[in-house]
Design a protein around this ligand. Structure first.
Ligand SMILES: [Zn+2]
Length: 313
């Protein structure tokens, strides 16, 4: 089945010029700097870069490598926040309800099942610097907007703007790393043909809007991306669903990359070179690749004698 799908960014996606990481109650949060300026971003323009950068943060978490704060801050000032507050809520217009049903709350508070959280408690989780009165005034603003606006498109954009594109909106670093790790783990296990050990609703696309407006004119229909996590999830699904999958992991450094050539095994020329050197060294030192791993052939007696003479053993 061939379908022409267009991906569009909503005109109301934003990124701030500067972000910071702060600690509140033993939890690290990433949020816009108070002096940062806000501008719109076309997420569809960077779809592949966004996916690869996220997967490669995930790769570092997966292999327990150090992640510098600057790496996360650079990611955020390039693409903005992920939008977890909207994405994890099953009821899309949770700001108008008293309770929020949370999708895959394991990532929020280590509970496996659907969880209901009080709206104030949920907002406090993502606005750790705001007090009760300030949080209440956000809720009021959302309710008033919903009463005024009759067209759903506008309502979604406006609520997103008040909620996830607010200068006070913060995302826990732990949540970001969990997400990136899950995405990388899913890719790695798919490539190795190992089924995922747990179901990951966290990785499914949520609240995606689509439009058929151009279906008869352009013979295609479009999905509208409203926040970063949607852009990642949609592109990940599209990449994984291709007949010839170009989203791969480098055979040398394990980083994710999108190959131009379906046979490519390495993300960079440098990695290809290093892998070749490694392979030829392995050959000369009699390391043999077998099904069960590596076997090292011991050097012959003459070689040991020769080394002893030269004082190397
Ligand atoms: Zn590599």
């Amino acid at each position: 089945m061939n379908v022409n799908i267009r991906l569009e960014t909503s005109r109301f996606c934003y990124v701030y010029s500067k972000y910071k990481i702060i600690e509140i109650g033993n939890k690290e949060y990433i949020l816009p700097d108070e002096n940062a300026t806000k501008k719109t971003i076309s997420l569809t323009e960077y779809l592949n870069d966004i996916l690869i950068d996220t997967l490669n943060i995930g790769k570092k978490v997966f292999y327990k490598e150090t992640i510098e704060q600057n790496e996360l801050l650079n990611f955020y000032s390039k693409y903005g926040s992920f939008g977890f507050m909207i994405d994890l809520a099953i009821n899309k217009y949770f700001a108008l309800d008293s309770k929020v049903a949370i999708k895959d709350s394991f990532y929020l508070n280590n509970k496996e099942n659907i969880n209901f959280m009080d709206i104030n408690e949920y907002l406090k989780f993502f606005y750790p610097t705001l007090n009760k009165r300030e949080i209440n005034s956000i809720i009021k603003k959302c309710i008033n907007t919903a009463e005024d606006i009759k067209k759903e498109d506008y309502l979604t954009s406006m609520l997103n703007e008040y909620l996830i594109y607010s200068i006070d909106y913060a995302e826990p670093v732990e949540l970001v790393l969990n997400y990136a790790r899950s995405l990388y783990k899913d890719l790695a296990s798919t490539i190795e043909n190992k089924p995922s050990t747990m179901k990951l609703p966290f990785l499914s696309v949520n609240h995606l809007t689509h439009n058929f407006d151009d279906l008869y004119r352009n013979k295609s229909f479009g999905f509208t991306i409203n926040y970063l996590k949607q852009a990642i999830d949609v592109n990940y699904s599209i990449q994984m669903g291709q007949d010839v999958r170009l989203l791969k992991l480098c055979n040398y450094c394990n980083k994710a990359f999108i190959a131009k050539n379906p046979k490519a095994e390495y993300d960079t020329y440098n990695c290809k070179n290093k892998a070749n050197v490694y392979k030829s060294r392995a050959k000369s030192s009699k390391v043999i690749h077998t099904d069960t791993g590596l076997v090292v052939k011991l050097p012959s007696d003459e070689l040991i004698k020769g080394l002893k003479k030269r004082g190397r053993v």
